[in-house]
Design a protein around this ligand. Structure first.
Ligand code: CP3
Length: 346
């Protein structure tokens, strides 16, 4: 897509294929626990989900990293698991541990899950989008998101995060038709959810496939690539110019095939990605985003300076958005984020 003009935010120009002398930068999980102002609002909200569903507070924490650091893009504050919740699955977060859901792993439990997301449950998130849009500086782009069907399904089936996605894999091996139905519901709900975010004001959307790397080529094709392509097509059927970033974390050498088959406009790269492979085989297809190691950002110092330079040397001659390879770690010092921004913008 080449609809970007000089007046557009740098992030959108990069997504449209422009090579910029200074790459735009934002960070996954940039609104989060490493910021004292986030921890304040998080404490007021009481729980993570109460924060996600409170438009005033969710808009505020979305804007905090923009005010503090002037990132080139804001990302909506929410979670990928609001989609299963809108499909009627019980969801809660255990402090210090992570998400819990009532597992859906048989036909009876699937029968209790809705075929369509409840728009009332997602309405507060869409209201957050409207509020953020109204207060963002013109030069700051706004990113919406959803989880990819495979990654969301791993949580729906296991009822929690799992180191190897074993329960979801066991289900698609033993009952692929049931697993396909779970995927289909996530696909449909995600199309509607992303379209609603676009209609309320986001400039681009990202599809997070955090567990894409745990599948072999055939399963990756079936459970990651194909459902993601359906989301891309479904969103574009309503919004032909929608800008969509895929993030198949850990997919390595399967990423070029993913890009070609899904039709995403850009792709996020994790920190394990081989940089010369990415430059030659991926950046030649679409703009890329990533891949600084969050551990290096947390460590800071000379290694950080060195790695920022290495990422820029690898990707700076083509369309590129600076980002981490995964979310910022909660114990990352704020001074390291400041150093990162200074180094990228120097
Ligand atoms: O990037 C952003 O700043 C936007 C907001 C955002 C969150 N989660 C906020 C969040 C986004 C885009 C996500 C995506 C998400 N959520 C993913 C995909 C990306 C990834 O990280 O791999 C996944 C797998 C989830 C599910 C999820 N949410 C888990 C497993 C956890 C627990 C782990 C943790 O970091 O605590 C969450 C909680 C969560 N989501 C927090 C935040 C800021 C921390 C909750 C808190 O403040 O208590």
């Amino acid at each position: 897509m080449s609809t970007a003009t000089q007046d557009e935010p740098a992030f959108l120009r990069a997504l449209s294929g422009e090579t910029l002398a200074t790459p735009p930068i934002w960070m996954m999980r940039q609104a989060g626990r490493y910021l004292p102002e986030y921890r304040d609002i998080r404490a007021k909200a009481g729980s993570f989900l109460s924060l996600c569903y409170n438009p005033e507070w969710a808009a505020e924490v979305t804007l905090q990293p923009i005010r503090r650091f002037g990132f080139d893009a804001a990302i909506l504050f929410s979670d990928i698991l609001v989609v299963p919740q809108a499909l009627g699955q019980k969801l809660w977060f255990v402090e210090g541990e992570g998400p819990r859901l009532e597992p859906v792993a048989d036909h009876k439990r699937l029968g209790e899950i809705a075929t369509q997301a409840d728009p009332d449950l997602l309405a507060p998130v869409i209201e957050t989008v409207r509020r953020v849009k109204a207060s963002l500086p013109r030069e700051t782009a706004f990113i919406g998101f959803c989880g990819a069907p495979w990654t969301v399904a791993t949580y729906m089936v296991a009822g929690r995060g799992t180191p190897d996605q074993g329960p979801a894999k066991a289900l698609f091996e033993s009952d692929p038709a049931l697993f396909q139905q779970i995927i289909d519901r996530i696909v449909e709900a995600s199309i509607g959810y992303l379209c609603a975010q676009i209609e309320a004001g986001v400039d681009a959307v990202q599809i997070f496939d955090s567990w894409a790397g745990s599948l072999g080529p055939e399963d990756f094709e079936r459970w990651c690539v194909h459902p993601t392509r359906r989301i891309v097509e479904g969103v574009r059927a309503r919004h032909p110019l929608a800008r969509i970033i895929g993030f198949p974390r850990g997919a390595g050498r399967l990423v070029p095939g993913y890009v070609r088959a899904t039709g995403v406009d850009a792709v996020g790269l994790d920190s394990d990605m081989d940089r010369s492979f990415a430059r030659e085989e991926i950046q030649s297809l679409v703009p890329i985003q990533g891949n600084l190691d969050p551990l290096v950002l947390r460590a800071g110092g000379r290694e950080l300076e060195r790695d920022v330079a290495a990422v820029r040397a690898a990707f700076g001659d083509g369309p590129f958005v600076f980002n981490l390879g995964h979310g910022i770690l909660p114990d990352t010092p704020i001074s390291h984020v400041e150093r990162l921004l200074a180094a990228v913008r120097a």
